[in-house]
Design a protein around this ligand. Structure first.
Ligand code: SF4
Length: 505
């Protein structure tokens, strides 16, 4: 019995995917043989190997320099020079973008969208499955899958679908397998599939293409599907198949999740709350033992913690058993981070950057969104992190129901007042999850036309709509000189995936 696990294009190719190595670890620990293939990274190299037809000067230069630019993105030196970095990303993206244009596809290093099909409509995705030969990656994945299937003779093929940008190619791959290898069972799982299936109105439109669909963590579900007795025992991820892959980063990144879900799970705008996802933490001592072992086996140059929020218990354990490898991840603003000594210990444990959801500089808005943070505490935490030398990637959310222009201006002021302690900024406009309890309190409009939409549009109770917010962001927020300067730090396309490499170890 063999299982083949695939990570389809298109997703940012900075680090290995986390899902399929976790499945591989569980399968192998239970005596099931498996093979793992990152078709996303392979697809990128395939596109870069094709000839270019673009004639403009930039495209010709970008094509000529593409191998050099790949090397540049894999060199730490490039991350000391913003201009050189931006040129490397922009040039590679140009080559990829041109490939897409030649076939009428909106393509980038982070996106794949053929203009005739929407990833939000099941009927369109099924069409992508039927017309798999039209997919841009078809020449690569068809050849590669023939070779992998001949070599491993799998009984099952698992596809991991986490982002909308992967949806069209995932369905094309499934359509190809179904046609060419009808005896192989296809299993679909991943973050996006979980979100679809958690919608109370979910009715599976894909049962003729996929033999099984998995909602939530896939490790034990997969064992059940293939008929292996499931002890429920935790198994660490196994990255051996992807250890030598050349990702677009200056060193190999080890992704690792210390939990699934969120220990807070109260923020009114967040799908973790509306989808009522359970919080499943890995014990802090297990985390430390697994991660030290994974570092020994894989010699990463960076550890990326994937949690929605690393728990205070795990942070504490990391200070007691430093990783000796730089690391970063998402945390909540908690009192722990207001302690300058604790932040120094975190820094000594290898922490180079923390991602933090501030969302708003208005306490009223924070309280109404049940964010559970106090701006006084945020002030102290930002200062302690800054003094410890930990860089911050701060996330802001505009347009929540309680916000008006006045509160958005308070956010502007808060960020400007703390600009020396904020290294990177992520700005987002609020999307209302279709399952959110707030849909009952707000006037709803259809946002995306599609049965797979995970967000819905609403009429803002104070008239603070997307148009007004965009105008505010462009004409006020980003024009504030100190904020403008922070925005310039954000790595092009790769954003937080490359940001820690700009932070001194
Ligand atoms: S802390 Fe983050 S992940 Fe948790 S509920 Fe709030 S926004 Fe969602």
């Amino acid at each position: 019995m063999t299982v083949l696990l695939l990570h389809p294009p298109q997703a940012k190719p900075a680090e290995p995917p986390a899902g399929i190595p976790l499945l591989a670890g569980t399968l192998r620990e239970n005596g099931v043989s498996c093979a793992v293939c990152d078709l996303n990274l392979e697809g990128l190299y395939y596109l870069l190997s094709l000839d270019s037809q673009a004639e403009d000067t930039w495209s010709k230069r970008a094509f000529k320099n593409r191998h050099q630019q790949l090397q540049n993105l894999q060199s730490t030196k490039t991350y000391t020079n913003q201009d050189k970095y931006k040129r490397a990303v922009a040039d590679l993206n140009r080559v990829i973008e041109n490939r897409g244009k030649e076939s009428g596809i909106s393509l980038s290093l982070a996106n794949y969208q053929d203009t005739e099909h929407s990833p939000l409509k099941s009927v369109d995705l099924l069409q992508c499955g039927a017309d798999f030969e039209n997919n841009l990656f078809f020449p690569h994945f068809s050849t590669r899958l023939h070779a992998l299937i001949t070599k491993h003779n799998p009984h099952y093929i698992g596809l991991s679908l986490n982002y909308l940008s992967q949806a069209q190619t995932t369905f094309a791959i499934a359509g190809f397998i179904k046609k060419e290898f009808p005896s192989i069972s296809i299993i679909l799982g991943g973050g996006l599939v979980t979100t679809w299936m958690q919608n109370p109105n979910w009715v599976n439109p894909f049962d003729r293409l996929f033999d099984h669909m998995v909602c939530g963590p896939g490790e034990h579900a997969l064992l059940e599907i293939i008929g292996i007795e499931n002890s429920g025992k935790r198994c660490p991820p196994d990255y051996r198949d992807l250890r030598d892959s050349a990702y677009l980063a200056p060193g190999w990144i080890l992704p690792y999740a210390t939990s699934i879900g969120c220990f807070w799970r109260k923020c009114s705008f967040c799908p973790e709350t509306s989808e009522k996802n359970p919080y499943i933490p890995v014990k802090a001592e297990t985390v430390l033992s697994e991660i030290h072992d994974l570092i020994k086996r894989n010699s990463p140059s960076m550890v990326h913690f994937l949690d929605n929020a690393i728990s205070p218990a795990v942070l504490k354990s990391l200070t007691r058993q430093p990783l000796n490898v730089p690391w970063y991840g998402f945390v909540r603003f908690t009192s722990q981070l207001t302690d300058p000594d604790f932040c120094k210990q975190l820094r000594d444990s290898g922490c180079v950057m923390l991602k933090l959801g501030l969302e708003s500089g208005s306490q009223k808005v924070l309280d109404q969104m049940r964010k559970g943070i106090d701006l006084q505490l945020v002030r102290k935490a930002l200062l302690s992190l800054h003094q410890a030398g930990i860089r911050t990637y701060v996330y802001l959310l505009f347009g929540t129901p309680a916000e008006t222009h006045v509160e958005a201006q308070q956010t502007l002021r808060f960020v400007a007042d703390h600009h020396t302690q904020i290294t990177f900024l992520n700005l987002a406009i609020f999307n209302l999850p279709t399952c959110s309890a707030q849909t009952k309190e707000l006037e709803i409009r259809n946002f995306y036309e599609g049965d797979l939409s995970i967000y819905t549009d609403f009429i803002h109770p104070h008239g603070w709509g997307r148009k007004e917010i965009r105008r505010f962001l462009d004409s006020e927020f980003k024009r504030e000189p100190v904020i403008h300067s922070i925005m310039q730090n954000d790595p092009l396309i790769f954003t937080s995936n490359h940001a820690p490499f700009f932070c001194k170890p």
